[in-house]
Design a protein around this ligand. Structure first.
Ligand code: BTN
Length: 327
């Protein structure tokens, strides 16, 4: 997707101002760096202010960026991105049925690897096994990526594990004690803070594309009564809001890294992280699957399956299902 000249100029201006958070940049210097006339810069500054950017202006010293609005359009995201492909094209929506559905439509229309769909509100956000995904409008991260990985269809489930590791790693680096509840939940302090929904489309030739959908409770504090005791958000844990655009940029960077590792080196290192950051292993679990089973979650094998030992000592290999922790 080619960006309009105005949008590009706006993004360059934000990047320039954001790169010098402590300084005032003179209008002349800005014009010189961006190769744009003064009138365009004035118009852009006004446009940014109307979008919630706080930009201070001083007659002699110039402009300084004081505050970026808590939004997730490419204007906020692009200056923060260090990825090659993920999030380089952003499809931002105030409201959507589901970002996964939108990403699937885009993928069918030929969207490239890494195109990102972000929504502030999902009217029919979906979780695994037909469940609804609840998210407070404008407070959290609900996004989907179109992926065209170099993987066979049989390995598509590995994308969820790689994504779980990427998300968990970013949260742990931000000092959250994040854990992965096999296979697709992110937990902090024994409560669910995020989930991953990977959907794929294949044909005889193999995997055509995957849609990686991620929901993360960032600043949403109130949950419906049925989720109150089992869900949490980053801001509830930390006691202060978490900047969403920065977090999304960090997640995309790490997702790109782990997806690349998955394709070049395979699953081994991802599984090692899954094991050491697991919320499941060593616990008593009840697995809802085609053949339900209960017991101790003993390990994750080399294919990514959960190994559960029941009371009779029999080891069950669980490749898909819902895991409830019972102790
Ligand atoms: C789960 O825990 O069951 C997975 C939840 C995945 C939710 C995300 S929010 C963004 C994307 N769009 C959806 O409709 N679902 C995923």
């Amino acid at each position: 997707m080619i960006k309009a000249a105005d949008q590009l100029a706006e993004e360059m201006l934000v990047s320039l101002l954001a790169d010098a958070p402590e300084e005032y940049l003179g209008a002349e210097a800005i014009c010189g760096k961006l190769g744009l006339p003064r009138a365009v810069i004035f118009r852009q500054i006004e446009g940014l202010r109307s979008k919630g950017y706080r930009i201070d202006a001083r007659p002699v010293s110039g402009y300084r960026l004081l505050e970026v609005p808590d939004r997730l359009t490419s204007l906020e995201l692009s200056p923060l991105l260090v990825t090659e492909e993920l999030g380089r094209t952003v499809h931002f929506f105030e409201e959507l049925e589901s970002t996964n559905d939108q990403a699937r439509e885009l993928a069918e229309d030929g969207a490239a690897h890494g195109e990102l769909v972000v929504a502030e509100t999902q009217l029919r956000g979906r979780g695994r096994r037909g469940r609804a995904w609840f998210s407070v409008p404008g407070k959290n991260l609900t996004f989907s990526l179109v992926l065209r990985p170099r993987l066979s269809s049989a390995r598509a489930a590995e994308l969820t594990l790689a994504a779980g590791v990427a998300l968990c790693e970013v949260l742990r680096e931000a000092s959250f004690d994040a854990r992965i509840k096999w296979p697709n939940d992110l937990w902090i302090a024994e409560r669910k803070v995020g989930g991953i929904l990977t959907e794929t489309a294949s044909d005889q030739a193999g995997l055509r594309y995957a849609v990686l959908g991620i929901g993360l409770n960032v600043n949403g504090g109130q949950f419906p009564s049925e989720l109150e005791k089992i869900a949490t958000s980053l801001s509830l844990v930390r006691g202060e809001p978490v900047p969403r655009a920065l977090l999304l940029a960090a997640l995309l960077e790490r997702l790109e890294l782990w997806l690349e590792r998955l394709q070049t080196d395979g699953l081994a290192e991802i599984l090692q992280r899954c094991r050491s950051w697991s919320a499941t292993l060593g616990r008593q679990v009840q697995v809802e699957a085609t053949s339900p089973t209960g017991g101790t979650a003993e390990s994750i094998d080399e294919t990514g399956a959960l190994l559960v030992r029941d009371q009779a000592g029999v080891l069950h290999r669980v490749t898909a299902g819902d895991v409830g922790l019972t102790s």
